[in-house]
Design a protein around this ligand. Structure first.
Ligand SMILES: O=C(O)CCC(=O)C(=O)O
Ligand SMILES: [Fe+2]
Length: 194
């Protein structure tokens, strides 16, 4: 089975009986850290996962297009081996409604994989992987999900506190409203003083 809809090379780890190991990894390591760093996307209630390895290189996948993960929090561990390229590029956190909106300059973040090191990020943090230009790159991915977060999201009408574009729009609305109130007040002051 393909590890996800984008990668062709790799394997789903649950298929190899590694579910219990991934449970432990999520419960003992990913959730406690996510509780601190990603509470707004259900970091403290992560309760299921999809774990897989992906392989890049000659005769394997080359790069990975811009996307968001089907996860609240993703652990991405670089297992090696020797390779060049394959950098991750991050471009801001977005909700479903804003997933294709423009990137702000302060959201541009590039990261070079280092064997033995991991990255933990929100699943909705838009990202992709540049071409692996030589050698072989293998990464372990654990997409962690929170059923509580997903259920609550269904009933949420207001903008998301964790989507940078929702927050930018909210700020813009507040600025318009302040400007309109100011104008109205100035008009009234003008009317009373004449
Ligand atoms: O190739 C990588 O390091 C990123 C993989 C990834 O983003 C994913 O599988 O969701
Ligand atoms: Fe991803």
């Amino acid at each position: 089975m393909r590890p996800n809809t984008m990668n062709k090379f790799g394997a789903v780890l649950d298929d190899f009986g590694l579910e219990a190991m991934l449970d432990k990894l999520m419960n003992d390591f990913i959730r406690p850290i996510s509780k601190v760093f990603f509470p707004e996307v259900g970091g403290s209630t992560l309760d299921s996962h999809h774990g897989f390895v992906v392989e890049y290189g000659m005769d394997r996948d080359v790069e990975l297009g811009f996307h968001v993960d089907d996860s609240e929090v993703t652990l991405n561990v670089c297992l090696g081996r020797e390779f060049s390229g394959g950098e991750l590029f991050f471009r801001g956190v977005r909700c479903d409604k804003h997933v294709n909106t423009e990137t702000q300059s302060e959201e541009i973040l590039d990261y070079s994989h280092v064997p033995g090191y991991a990255v933990l990020h929100r699943g909705r943090h838009r990202h992709g992987a540049r071409a692996t230009t030589s050698g072989s790159r293998v990464n372990l991915l654990v997409w962690c999900r929170s059923s509580v977060f997903r259920e609550l999201k269904k009933y949420q009408k207001e903008c998301s506190s964790w989507c940078a574009e929702c927050q930018r729009e909210k700020k813009e609305r507040q600025c318009f409203s302040i400007a309109a109130t100011k104008q109205e007040l100035l008009k009234r002051i003008g009317n009373t003083s004449s």
